[in-house]
Design a binder for this molecule. Structure first.
Ligand SMILES: Nc1ncnc2c1ncn2[C@@H]1O[C@H](COP(=O)(O)OP(=O)(O)OP(=O)(O)O)[C@@H](O)[C@H]1O
Length: 250
């Protein structure tokens, strides 16, 4: 059975946020992750691309410790505080927005921290709204605030913007970028969207049948222009790893 091998030492945490070693996961006879190794450094933003069924969510769930329905082996080290954001915001419909953000948090200043987190994601004044009164993008903002208020060292995000329209998605990219600069968690983002991966990540890994098919550092500045030739080169390289060929016009 796979194990979470305990916590990283303080010295190692300074450099490494997540360490996955020789990870195997199977659903019955179907082996989904095959001897996978991955290290994510503290403050690093890593995006995972891969075709449908390549094992992206299985990897994220394993790192989150949410994979009780699979068998496997290998070692995973994570920091103490980990937050997970999914494609659906998973808000409690019977709790107001602020209560969703601070639910389960202890401490005397919990309400203030919750209000501040909502302001950070652009939802000041919506504390007493019900989740059903918010748009999909606003609900994802609440989910981000719920993660942020816990000050995670590691943020795991499984297609968090997958259900949003294109414009809201771009706004959420800006927001996530800003929050990452301010709070500096390590991030592991699962996405189907190559441009989203290049827009946000320091490094993009590609999964293929549960193995790492590519591990590419994004050498672009903070303002990422889709028209930049390097952006286009990376896009073509990543699409190539995903089995998509781009024909360039002569
Ligand atoms: N609970 C489960 N029971 C059985 N098989 C599962 C289960 N969850 C996932 N699988 C299988 O494991 C494989 C990998 O699934 P996973 O969700 O990790 O892929 P993915 O890369 O995230 O795919 P997608 O991009 O479509 O979300 C798939 O073949 C899937 O059918």
């Amino acid at each position: 059975m796979a194990t979470h091998t305990g916590r990283l030492t303080a010295e190692a945490t300074a450099r490494t946020s997540v360490s996955v070693h020789q990870l195997n996961r199977s659903f019955g006879d179907h082996q989904v992750l095959n001897g996978l190794d991955l290290t994510i450094h503290a403050d690093e933003f890593v995006a995972i691309l891969g075709r449908s069924g390549s094992g992206k969510s299985t990897l994220l769930r394993a790192i989150a410790g949410l994979d009780h329905d699979v068998t496997g082996s290998g070692a995973i080290d994570t920091p103490d505080s980990v937050s997970v954001v999914f494609q659906d915001a998973r808000l409690l419909p019977w709790a107001r927005v602020l209560d969703n953000v601070i639910l389960g948090l202890g401490g005397p200043d919990t309400t203030t921290r919750g209000i501040e987190a909502l302001a950070e994601v652009g939802l000041a004044g919506r504390e007493r709204a019900w989740p059903t009164e918010l748009s999909g993008g606003e609900q994802q903002r609440v989910a981000l605030a719920r993660s942020l208020v816990r000050a995670p060292e590691l943020l795991l995000a499984d297609e968090p913007f997958g259900a949003l329209d294109a414009l809201t998605r771009i706004r959420m990219h800006d927001l996530l970028r800003t929050l990452c600069v301010r709070h500096r968690p390590a991030v592991l983002l699962v996405t189907h969207d190559v441009d989203e991966a290049i827009d946000l990540a320091d490094r993009v890994v590609v999964l293929d049948q549960g193995r790492l098919a590519a591990d590419i550092t994004v050498r672009l500045g903070a303002d990422r222009d889709h028209a930049d030739p390097e952006f286009g080169r990376l896009r073509a390289e990543l699409l190539g790893h995903l089995g998509v060929r781009i024909e360039h016009a002569a």
